[in-house]
Design a protein around this ligand. Structure first.
Ligand code: PGA
Length: 260
């Protein structure tokens, strides 16, 4: 695990954007796994700005998002398809045919999950998987006690997750109970996992992910098994790490230390 600690949320987001851009420069037809949530909004904003200012093109990029709410059609304003169209896909030169999210309105969500998993494999797997982190340690919608070998499937959202996401729904709207989500095993198959967590409210989950035991009760701890996982956090999210000084020593200001 590479733990990159930046002073502020802003510089942490910039670091993540530069790592995504690096992947796109190295492989213009990269397959990117994308994430939603509040943490990612400034990341996409900065990525769009970079793209418009001479940054890498999305023309040959393929994307697969982590998850989608069961029961929401793509055009529903709170669907993750709408989120992605609004904050990224509609603002860059991506071919929409190559952007994928599970269909929340599929007649048979379980079949849809299997189809989605197969579609990722058909594209040759994920080059880079972008991840946020739930307060409860979830990645994607893999809630605590998700199998660490799970594949794309239906998960029941915890009350905590539904409460955290209720701010995006109108008072008269029902917050979905289920989601289709890539499994922890699906995520671990990505060639590079890149997780961003910012803010003091994520400090407990960050500590459990990096320094806690490998345990299904904190699904993000499964990233300890990944050969190439980069964790980007700001100082506030890093506050509860026991080995904070060591991470800062290895990667001062989130950069790589020269081996001499
Ligand atoms: P947030 O969600 O970015 O809105 O905090 C992260 C997550 O639940 O994965």
């Amino acid at each position: 695990m590479k733990v990159l600690i930046l002073e502020t949320a802003d510089t942490a987001q910039e670091r993540v954007v530069s790592l995504i851009a690096q992947t796109m420069r190295d492989k213009p037809n990269a397959v990117l796994g994308l994430a939603t949530g509040g943490t990612m909004l400034p990341v996409y904003e900065k990525l769009v700005a970079l793209h418009k200012n001479g940054g890498p093109s999305f023309r040959d990029v393929t994307t697969f998002n982590l998850d989608e709410y069961v029961g929401l059609a793509p055009e529903h304003p709170q669907s993750y398809r709408s989120y992605m169209n609004d904050v990224l896909f509609g603002k860059v030169d991506i071919n929409l045919q190559r952007t994928h999210l599970p269909r929340g309105d599929a007649r048979n969500p379980e079949d849809e999950a299997l189809r989605y998993e197969a579609a990722i494999a058909q594209c040759g797997g994920l080059d880079l998987q972008l991840l946020g982190l739930g307060h409860n340690g979830h990645i994607g919608f893999n809630e605590p006690t998700s199998s660490l070998k799970s594949r794309t499937r239906i998960k029941t959202l915890t009350r905590e997750t539904r409460d955290a996401n209720s701010r995006y729904f109108r008072a008269d709207e029902t917050i979905p109970t289920f989601a289709i989500t890539m499994g922890v095993g699906t995520i671990l198959d990505a060639r590079h996992c890149l997780l961003l967590a910012t803010g003091a409210q994520k400090a407990d989950a960050v500590a459990a992910m990096i320094e806690g035991p490998l345990a299904a009760v904190c699904p993000a701890s499964a990233l300890q098994l990944h050969p190439k996982a980069t964790i980007v956090i700001d100082m506030a999210a890093a506050a509860k790490l026991k080995l904070l000084d060591y991470y800062l020593h290895v990667h001062p200001d989130g950069t790589a230390r020269e081996v001499v």
